[in-house]
Design a protein around this ligand. Structure first.
Ligand code: SF4
Ligand code: SF4
Ligand code: FES
Length: 242
């Protein structure tokens, strides 16, 4: 089979030169066997335009830095094979996050802010004893925590979320998932009312409209639908008790 000629339509915009309006630039590239978007974008940058900005670190779906809109859908570019895409490929930066240029966005500041807002650390009155034996936890709870802690902070669930796109302070599925991780951890001594102060609002779980784009788009399959339902249920009870 002859290799395909791919046409990339890539958003170009530099926030440092705001007078220059955003444009879609077209690049042609011959497809190669096993080509990922990581390979394609690097080829375009090396051979056609060294000023093209995008982010990749691990190239293996681990670091979460290469989330972008690929033909309108938020996902990881390093794990996307061109053979799974049509000949025409449009690439846009993830919305919601601060644009650094072209396909590169700053997800780090957003996630740091969510970590601070949700106080994403174990809250306990116990004094840390460095020499004490590690506390035991039942296997099922440990596995549940492990499951939701796999989030790589790629931002795909945020970029595809209708609420996050119109409400800048909405914590999104990744933020709710973060809260849920501490709710199920028996070492965290926060009660439901304390969690309600964190997530029981329209910028928290009650801003979610439940259409599950987050769950559809999470590239590593975190069960976001279940996490959202779990936190919503807990917060509805806490709100009712208030
Ligand atoms: S279900 Fe909620 S968090 Fe998920 S995409 Fe929809 S509004 Fe956003
Ligand atoms: S929950 Fe999934 S989609 Fe959202 S940031 Fe984490 S890994 Fe990415
Ligand atoms: S480069 Fe690390 S997830 Fe894609």
């Amino acid at each position: 089979m002859n290799p395909r000629q791919l046409t990339f339509h890539i958003l170009r915009y530099n926030p440092d030169t705001p007078k220059q309006a955003p444009t879609m630039q077209t690049f042609e590239l011959q497809e190669e066997m096993g080509m990922t978007l990581f390979i394609a974008l690097n080829k375009i940058r090396e051979e056609q335009d060294p000023s093209l900005k995008f982010d990749f670190v691990c190239r293996a779906g681990i670091c979460g830095s290469c989330g972008m809109l690929i033909n309108g859908r938020p996902t990881l570019a390093c794990r996307t094979l061109t053979k799974d895409l049509p000949r025409d490929i449009s690439l846009m930066p993830l919305p919601v996050f601060k644009l650094l240029g072209d396909l590169s966005v700053d997800t780090g500041t957003w996630f740091r802010d969510v970590s601070l807002r949700t106080e994403a650390w174990i809250h306990t009155e116990k004094v840390f004893e460095p020499k004490a034996q590690e506390e035991r936890m039942d296997n099922e709870t440990a596995l549940n925590i492990y499951e939701v802690e796999r989030c790589i902070e790629c931002g795909c669930c945020i970029g595809g979320c209708a609420t996050a796109n119109i409400k800048p302070d909405f914590i999104g599925a990744a933020g709710v998932n973060r809260v849920s991780r501490f709710m199920i951890d028996p070492r965290d001594e926060r009660d439901e009312q304390q969690y309600f102060d964190v997530v029981g609002s329209e910028d928290g779980i009650f801003g979610c409209i439940g259409l599950m784009a987050c769950d559809d788009n999470c590239p590593i399959g975190i069960p976001l639908q279940g996490q959202l339902a779990y936190v919503r249920r807990k917060m509805a009870v806490a709100g009712w008790k208030r």
